[in-house]
Design a protein around this ligand. Structure first.
Ligand SMILES: CC(C)(COP(=O)(O)OP(=O)(O)OC[C@H]1O[C@@H](n2cnc3c(N)ncnc32)[C@H](O)[C@@H]1OP(=O)(O)O)[C@@H](O)C(=O)NCCC(=O)NCCS
Length: 275
């Protein structure tokens, strides 16, 4: 008799049910956190409401209170039909790529990189609506609270992982593609010699190692890997690794997808020339 094969769904679990289940479990284990978990997660029907509450709780202050921040977050999340898909992809990116991450609750409540990225998404929506001063206000709060400074005009794709967050700096005309992973102290900046379009364009699936400085309106190709501490001043071809100050190509392994695997090692095929 033929047996039906049970196919397990692949990929990370759906975000909102898993996040609620984690919050319920944790509230039972840590009664001291129960009221936070109720307020931030369990009292909400939808992820969008939980996230708006969480950002408001963090970003609100005497200058712009939490109720106002929550209202602005709602406007941004409901104003862009793709917004919550990106949020879910960002949470799944942390869960899949950060070996220190045990679930969705940890980044949702505590990871500076995730919270800064969601603040940027709200600021970028405000920027797209011509509400520049309010966008700068959120950028300023993001920088104060999370030590992440992303200009509100910078375009950031979906499924992006900012690991640790501290010191990440992204300029006005930078573009970050889908599925990119960025470690702490990365700068996507200008050289100081250009005006207008002057910041890097980071392709899909790129891994930017800790402390890497990518300067100028240069393209980092899809699936490329930039070693920690590098200063990159020239374009990097897709699926190649650049390292050093100034950076040179050190390898181009076929089929690399470094931002997902978080493989920080240098490639084996060595090209000893400056890019
Ligand atoms: C140094 C700097 C000002 C460029 O000066 P420049 O005189 O225009 O220099 P060039 O781009 O012509 O490069 C000259 C040489 O210095 C090297 N170089 C340039 N910037 C470098 C850097 N930051 N680190 C190491 N080497 C660098 C170049 O590779 C080049 O080497 P080569 O002659 O062997 O090819 C610029 O690259 C820089 O670092 N600016 C600061 C940018 C910054 O901090 N941005 C962050 C904004 S948030």
């Amino acid at each position: 008799m033929a047996h039906l094969e049970v196919v397990q769904p692949s990929g990370p679990p759906p975000v909102w049910p898993a996040l609620r289940a984690e919050a319920e479990r944790t509230a039972g284990q840590e009664p001291a956190l129960a009221s936070l978990l109720y307020a931030a997660v369990l009292s909400h029907e939808l992820l969008v409401d939980a996230l708006a509450f969480q950002l408001a709780r963090k970003l609100g202050d005497g200058e712009l209170n939490a109720m106002s921040v929550r209202d602005i977050c709602w406007q941004a999340f409901y104003g862009d039909p793709e917004a919550m898909t990106r949020v879910e992809a960002d949470l799944q990116a942390v869960f899949e790529r950060d070996p220190a991450c045990k679930g969705y609750l940890q980044p949702f409540l505590y990871f500076k990189g995730f919270q800064a990225l969601q603040t940027h998404r709200v600021a970028h929506w405000l920027w797209s609506q011509g509400r520049e001063t309010l966008a700068f206000h959120l950028q300023s709060r993001m920088s104060e609270l999370f030590q992440v400074d992303i200009h509100p005009a910078a375009r950031v794709g979906s499924g992006v992982f900012l690991d640790h967050g501290t010191g990440i700096t992204v300029g006005e005309t930078a573009v970050i593609g889908d599925d990119v992973s960025i470690l702490h102290a990365v700068t996507l900046g200008g050289t100081g010699a250009q005006r207008g379009d002057r910041h890097p364009k980071i392709g899909r699936g790129v891994l930017l190692g800790a402390g890497a400085k990518v300067l100028g309106a240069i393209e980092i190709g899809e699936g490329a890997k930039i070693a920690s501490g590098s200063v990159v001043l020239r374009p990097v071809p897709p699926h190649c690794t650049a390292a050093g100050v100034p950076a040179r190509l050190v390898g181009c392994p076929p089929g690399a997808e470094p931002s997902r695997t978080m493989d920080h090692t240098l490639a084996e095929v060595v090209y000893d020339y400056v890019i």
